[in-house]
Design a protein around this ligand. Structure first.
Ligand code: GLO
Ligand code: MG
Length: 351
């Protein structure tokens, strides 16, 4: 199907991260595709016409912990030049606080003060990188901030530690914005900030609530038993949706990061509709796809999940823009939800 000019005229800019061209490793087996260099990934991003790349701090500066501040500055600036030459923006930088031996028992909420200090220092270096790359957006996916068992940590104290860490970052740079990416579980049994409501609530305990917002990932909302489009409406009612990881998830199991719309087209349609009605992207926000190739994917099809996710998004944008809102409104007024339900299905099926 050809994407119509209507959907092509859109304010949306697209983005992904180097980790989204992944090699197929899972907890039960090794990689199924050979590792590619960062440069190759960046070239592919440009080739398929994406606008921006998202970064972990160590995607931008590999082996960051072993490098001096001067080296970090040099490498970040060289990367910024490459991005500028290619016309690719850096959407955000995220501290990768889940790999180091210092974050085994959590980062900001570790029981060990030395480890907590490491996490905050590392986050400050991440902020330095963001500054060099020309973005004010820091994404915090709080991977290990939670528990495997209730008794291992004090939940109330953990909230206080999270606020302390956010405050340190906000004080370190007066311009940056912190975008919390909630996820209810995996790798933890239970995470401390599992939903958008939690992220926006903790913002209000910080020294500068205006600079603490959120990022919604479709799969994470589904894992929390929520509808991602409700999370979008909720976050945007606060003016706090600063980034987005669209993907899909088939029920309550491990985080699948499927192509956008792959498991549930209707849920995907409703996300696009929510983005449209709230004007997402009008303040420069990007639509990022946090998707992975299926493990059996061959090297020659390695970028398909990224091209397809964007294509599905644009096709659903067309569906959102051609949805008969007048008829839907009349059905709502008549409380005829059976007809409304069927109307949505037939619109999606192209009847
Ligand atoms: C994992 C997260 C992860 C983050 C990324 C940015 O479940 O979705 O991919 O989005 O590391 O911090
Ligand atoms: Mg994500």
């Amino acid at each position: 199907m050809v994407i119509s000019p209507m959907a092509k005229r859109h304010p949306y800019k697209f983005c992904f991260g180097p980790w989204n061209i992944s090699e197929g490793q899972d907890p039960y087996g090794p990689t199924t595709r050979p590792a590619q260099s960062f440069d190759w990934k960046l070239t592919q991003l440009r080739k398929i016409g994406y606008d921006a790349m998202m970064f972990h701090d160590d995607d931008a500066v590999p082996d960051i912990d072993g490098k001096s501040d001067a080296q970090l500055r040099k490498e970040s600036k060289a990367l910024k030049k490459r991005l500028d030459d290619l016309g690719v923006a850096a959407e955000m930088v995220a501290p990768r606080l889940w790999f180091s031996p210092m974050t085994i028992d959590g980062a900001y909420t570790s029981n060990d003060p030395k480890c907590r200090k490491y996490a905050i220092e590392r986050s400050k270096r991440c902020i330095d990188i963001a500054r060099y790359l020309g973005t004010d957006l820091i994404v915090l996916w709080l991977a290990r901030e939670g528990t495997y068992m209730r008794e291992a940590k004090n939940g109330r104290r953990s909230v206080e530690l999270l606020v302390e860490a956010l405050d340190e970052m906000l004080a370190y740079d007066k311009k940056i914005r912190l975008s919390i990416e909630p996820k209810p579980n995996e790798p933890m049994d239970h995470a401390y900030l599992p939903t958008i409501g939690h992220a926006l609530a903790i913002a209000h305990l910080t020294r500068d609530p205006k600079r603490v917002g959120c990022l919604i990932e479709s799969a994470h909302a589904i894992l929390a038993g929520l509808d991602p489009s409700d999370e979008i409406d909720f976050a945007m009612a606060f003016g706090k949706l600063w980034s987005l990881h669209l993907n899909d998830q088939n029920g309550l199991k491990f985080d699948q990061d499927k192509p956008f719309g792959s498991a549930n087209l209707r849920v995907a349609f409703n996300q696009v509709r929510a983005l449209e009605r709230n004007g997402y992207g009008k303040n420069g926000e990007f639509v990022c796809f946090d998707v992975h190739p299926f493990r059996p994917t061959k090297v020659e099809h390695w970028l398909a999940h990224l091209e397809d996710s964007r294509r599905t998004f644009l096709l659903l944008l067309e569906k959102a823009r051609t949805f008969d809102e007048k008829q839907a409104k009349a059905l709502v007024a008549d409380r005829n939800y059976a007809a409304l339900d069927q109307m949505v299905l037939e619109h999606l099926m192209g009847v």
